[in-house]
Design a protein around this ligand. Structure first.
Ligand code: RIB
Length: 303
């Protein structure tokens, strides 16, 4: 099975803040760094570091060559990564506060210039049984789902960030897998709050074709697939520094396990361990651990 991740690549401008800026307020950052990011790129890095064979489809500008280098060094194949010298690469402005939580603004740039013709050209290299992974930071996501489904590819969506446009995609009902956090699950299901099992079952009722993985922050994650339920706890390794990219790490490691044919509870456990490690380091893609570290790191009990 080949994995194609058609997704965003961003230059992350990360600001360490004493608190999130509120409307009308001006605050000084205590530090500022440039990092490699984008939900798409992060998930390809996680897939590659987990040992999966991943092709990254997407687009950068002339200012984004370092993102391609980063992906290739991580082990992702960039044959389907296009460069448009006339459009700036996507970027993100990220505030991180001392608790490790973040707030993110994204500017699409080249991520929003992906055309149907480019998608057709790329998908021609894939076939039935291959897997397509998507997030919601690029143009033509609904088109991608339809074309990949027609080819018999396994379609996986991490619908992040949720937008009004995404909620209208008729392709959502064709998906084979959804990987969501609790807030995304509630919005997609259109149901209010409740116990996590109620939320995931409401989402499953709306999209009966899809298997669903729902992450629950410190409460772990749960999965509903073909009528069976699976759960995973979370793991702590050190003080939480930066949660940016933790969800992407989870998604990449989960799918790497799925592609290898591992049992679903094992896929979730490895994904939880990898995302637990990722939040102990600042940054997005650079904080994603390799497989050896995930297999050998000893979790601790945080006070
Ligand atoms: O999920 C984290 C990512 O979201 C960041 O790397 C940023 O680029 C945004 O896409």
């Amino acid at each position: 099975m080949k994995i194609l991740n058609y997704g965003s690549l961003n230059i992350d401008h990360v600001y360490q803040m004493p608190a999130f800026v509120r409307a009308g307020e001006t605050l000084s950052a205590t530090d500022c760094q440039l990092h490699t990011g984008g939900k798409g790129l992060n998930q390809s890095v996680a897939l590659a570091r987990a040992g999966a064979c991943v092709f990254h489809g997407g687009k950068i500008g002339a200012d984004g060559i370092e993102l391609k280098d980063f992906l290739e060094n991580a082990g992702a194949d960039c044959s389907f990564l296009r460069i448009d010298p006339d459009v700036p690469t996507g970027h993100a402005i990220i505030q991180v506060v001392p608790s490790g939580e973040n707030c993110i603004i994204i500017y699409g740039g080249t991520n929003k210039q992906i055309t149907e013709a480019e998608i057709d050209e790329t998908l021609a290299h894939f076939e039935a049984g291959d897997l397509l992974l998507l997030q919601n930071e690029i143009s033509n996501v609904n088109y991608l789902i339809h074309r990949a489904h027609e080819k018999g590819m396994i379609t996986v969506l991490n619908p992040s960030p949720i937008t009004a446009e995404l909620l209208e995609y008729d392709g959502l009902s064709l998906l084979d897998w959804m990987i969501v956090n609790r807030g995304e699950a509630e919005t997609l299901a259109g149901s209010g709050s409740g116990e996590p099992i109620d939320v995931i079952e409401a989402l499953q009722a709306k999209y009966p074709r899809a298997s669903i993985v729902m992450t629950l922050g410190k409460r772990g994650s749960m999965c509903l697939s073909r009528g069976q339920r699976f759960y995973s706890r979370t793991y702590d390794y050190a003080k939480r520094v930066d949660t940016t990219g933790a969800g992407d790490t989870f998604t990449g490691y989960f799918l790497a396990g799925l592609a290898k044919g591992a049992p679903l509870d094992k896929c979730m456990d490895m994904a939880s361990r990898a995302s637990g490690l990722s939040i102990t380091i600042a940054g997005a893609a650079n904080s994603i651990p390799n497989l050896e570290t995930v297999l050998t790191a000893e979790p601790i009990e945080l006070q």
